[in-house]
Design a protein around this ligand. Structure first.
Ligand code: APR
Length: 229
């Protein structure tokens, strides 16, 4: 039976598609305070500011194109004889644009959520405060993004994949945000081999058996070719 591969991706895989990362020089968290734009308290305090932040990212992500790293993962998911599960911390739709399926543990820019009734729908490019929920009509629409202090999505499903995989790969993440930063330990505990593909040393590099250092658009296609060809 072919190995089961679980892949975690972070903002670094989308950097070469023109989407900013969070903690690199001049990144999103250098331009905005997390507590103002990525917490429930920030949204309650100033929903217009939070919508402006996500509207700008949604518009940019809508016109962004997948890069060779996204394409390589879609190829791996299509051609690998075993199961390939992509878990992404990213809220852009670039894995899907490349033809891959991904589990979005931090939500998606393209999705809106009703804070009152839980209804989800395709977000308009630009959302505004007090927009009514199409289902319950209350003015409680919000970006379907997991903010700091909120529970990431699909954790039961993700845990089950980590405990049953043979190879765990981490691509383009700084390993500074949990629970994603702890996935390598869970997979290793369950007996998986691990590899990190990243531009630079991360907080969790020492937890990996193997490393490929460089831009994702180069190291990810090379790694996929090693596996498939
Ligand atoms: N190729 C590969 N890796 C890259 C590239 C690139 N071209 N450019 C940057 N990187 C790496 C950086 O070295 C860094 O380790 O990508 C990582 C980006 O780290 P972060 O900006 O911290 O992004 P991420 O790890 O995805 O953040 C995790 O934090 O703010 C929250 O919810 C947000 O999902 C996000 C989470």
């Amino acid at each position: 039976m072919a190995d089961k591969i679980v892949i975690l991706t972070g903002a670094g895989i989308s950097a070469e598609s023109g989407l900013g990362t969070f903690r690199d020089e001049g990144g999103l968290w250098a331009q905005h305070r997390i507590e103002d734009v990525a917490t429930p308290e920030g949204f309650a305090r100033d929903p217009a500011l939070v919508h402006r932040f996500y509207n700008a990212r949604r518009v940019q992500a809508a016109s962004a194109l997948p890069n060779p790293a996204h394409a390589a993962l879609a190829r791996l998911q299509r051609d690998w004889p075993g199961e390939v599960v992509i878990v992404t911390q990213n809220v852009d739709g670039l894995h899907e644009k490349a033809g891959a399926r991904a589990i979005h543990m931090h939500g998606e820019l393209s999705c809106a959520l009703c804070a009152a009734c839980g209804h989800r729908w395709t977000a308009p490019l630009e959302m505004s405060p007090g927009a009514p929920c199409p289902a319950c009509n209350r003015p409680t629409a919000r970006p379907d993004i997991v903010w700091f202090g909120e529970m990431p999505y699909h954790m039961d499903e993700i845990e089950a994949h980590l405990l049953s995989c043979d190879l765990f790969a981490s691509i383009g993440t700084s390993g500074q945000v949990y629970p994603a930063a702890g996935f390598v330990q869970e997979a290793a505990y369950a007996g998986a081999r691990s590899i990190e593909l990243n531009l630079a040393e991360s907080e969790i590099s020492r937890a990996f058996d193997d490393h490929r250092t460089g831009p994702a658009s180069e190291v990810v296609p090379a790694w996929v070719s090693e596996l498939l060809d």
